[in-house]
Design a binder for this molecule. Structure first.
Ligand SMILES: [Zn+2]
Length: 82
């Protein structure tokens, strides 16, 4: 196996919430849920620097979905009462 020029070191990414190991990469930009706590995360590795942050967009979608489900639930409940 040939070694990479410039000796790029792979970086380790960990969940900022629970500290679980997420992945090892030299360069990446991907989103995945944390295997431990399920937090939707965006992992970015660039120039030997790791950034891990919450996938806000994913979270907003999940919240909207939950609100929609709650609304449906309550409308059914109200219908049963009357
Ligand atoms: Zn986690």
């Amino acid at each position: 196996m040939a070694t990479l020029e410039g000796e790029q070191q792979s970086c380790l990414a960990f969940c900022p919430k629970c500290g679980a190991f997420l992945m090892e990469a030299v360069s990446t930009s991907s989103s995945m849920p944390c295997p431990e706590c399920g937090e939707p995360l965006v992992i970015s590795v660039k120039n030997s620097k790791v950034s891990v942050f919450e996938d806000k967009r994913f979270k907003a979608d999940a919240d909207q979905e939950r609100v929609a489900r709650l609304k449906a639930y309550y409308s059914v409940k109200n219908r049963c009462k009357n």
